[in-house]
Design a protein around this ligand. Structure first.
Ligand code: NDP
Length: 253
């Protein structure tokens, strides 16, 4: 039997998900047809319903439909709930389920691929958009000593940090006053438009690890890390690991 999965987004032609999932399927000996689907705001819900009505196994959702997918689903994992957004959909007992594997994919990438640990560590999360929201609960669950969220619009960072005892927040302009961090995660989209992104040198110590969620670009953030000779990586490992968690949901071992 050939199973059908797909990723829905707009734009979608660039998506690496079909290649990544083909690799997982090969490794498990599963026959999988995984396609890219281009959707518009007014046909997204119909495409999802039609996909599952015709026996589709699972969907990945990417920009700009993660919030719409969350709203469409009848049941949500705690990670989707915390993010208010979904990147993974499937049917279970006749109900549409939603998960958000981005944050757990980030943690798995940092721990498995980049050998980072969280206990007793000071973590800086830059950004307070969808990607930061998705990362927050898994980051808190990793039990760092301290998590600081900094965003261009400080109020959005403060809203994210408010429920958590070991989290604080500020605008980017307050970063110069803070002690160095062990791990700095860039969850802003500044790199997408080649935006300037200057950070104070005092944020890093010689063993700070810098991770940019964006992948495939030499962003200003990664250049900042290189200029301070910090170990660093881009978001490709997060992409692969969020995909792995989706695949495990659709095809439990
Ligand atoms: P959103 O549009 O939801 O949020 C964008 C964030 O970036 C906001 O916090 C915004 O600040 C900030 N920002 C934008 N431009 C600048 C700038 N020039 N300087 C400083 N801050 C800026 O985007 P997402 O959260 O969905 O995505 C963020 C990044 O994460 C993207 O690069 C995306 O590609 C990547 N990503 C990677 C994934 C992976 O698997 N590797 C998965 C998901 C996302 P403000 O609130 O002030 O506007």
């Amino acid at each position: 039997m050939t199973y059908r999965c797909a990723v829905i987004g707009n734009p979608i032609a660039h998506s690496k998900s079909p290649d990544i999932h083909a690799g997982f399927a090969r490794a498990r000996g599963i026959a999988l047809e995984y396609t890219r689907i281009l959707a518009e705001r007014d046909n997204f819900a119909d495409i999802v319903k039609d996909f599952f009505a015709k026996g589709g196994r699972g969907l990945n959702i990417t920009l700009p439909f993660k919030e719409t997918a969350f709203a469409l689903a009848e049941c949500h994992t705690p990670y989707a709930q915390a993010a208010g957004a979904a990147n993974t959909l499937w049917m279970e007992s006749g109900q549409l389920w939603a998960d958000n594997t981005d944050g757990r994919g980030l943690i798995r990438a940092l721990t498995h691929d980049h050998r980072q640990t969280f206990e007793n560590k000071r973590i800086l999360l830059l950004g307070a958009g969808g990607a930061a929201r998705g990362a927050l609960l898994p980051l808190i669950e990793a039990s760092p000593a301290h998590l600081h969220i900094a965003n261009r619009s400080a109020d959005k960072a403060q809203t994210l940090a408010a429920p958590y005892e070991n989290a604080e927040a500020s605008g980017l302009d307050a970063l110069a006053a803070l002690p160095a961090f062990d791990l700095i995660i860039n969850a802003t989209s500044a790199g997408l438009n080649d935006g300037k992104f200057d950070l104070p040198a005092s944020l890093a110590h010689p063993h700070t690890f810098a991770y940019d969620m964006l992948y495939g670009k030499d962003t200003a953030f990664l250049q900042w890390a290189q200029s301070h000779t910090l170990a660093h990586a881009d978001g490709y490992t997060m992409l692969v690991n969020q995909a792995r968690l989706s695949f495990q949901q659709w095809f439990p071992a």
